[in-house]
Design a protein. Sequence first.
Length: 244
Amino acid sequence: MNKRDNHNPLPAVVDRASWQAELDELRIREKMHTREGDAIAAARRRLPMVEVDSTIQLIGPDGPVTLLDTFQGRRQLIAYYHMWHTGKPAAKQCEGCTFSTAHINELSYLHSRDVSYATFCQGPYEESSRYRDFMGWKVPWYSVPQAAVKPLIVDRHFGILVCYLRDGDKVYETYWTTGRGNEPMSPSYGLLDLTVYGRQEFWEESPEGWPQHWGSKGGQFQLDGRPTAQWSRLAAGHSDDLGN
């Protein structure tokens, strides 16, 4: 355990029957939460959609590709718009986008539902793809040229998660979210929510004395001045040189 946590308060200790009784009571609320989530997802599936120019060009490993190409022949596409600080070293790249993207590894379950996944990065391809390689990410990676930003972002900002549907050669945007709406990308948060001390962030409603070390302005995704996920890559000997 981290030294700063050695003297954290502890929950009350009770017998197993009493503990299970309180857990059973909480389970009722958990099931209500699950069912409400199902109802919201059902409403989401019934949203209308808006057409997007399928010929918008992005940059991939082999040069320019269209938005339609990024579907890789599948019917649907989920795209995460990754923020980028051009010319900055790896340590100064977006800690929140790194946190989200670092969780995305296995795409076969999406593919089995006819869904592709891709990262649309704000930065130039050569520089940002070096970051992808440094982090060991295998997800399809595309750069969004300046000419494509306005028609794709449409008064929003990078850091959004967007769902698209393809109908022949036409592409439609069906849903988008950002902020805490991106949390389905990051199961670490869902797992932390199951633990006694939670996320340990200042905004959480926790008992008096519970450890709370992080705010919600980006520091929660950093450790010693870098996005947290970078440290394991450096420890494994991977270079963070982005060629800039």
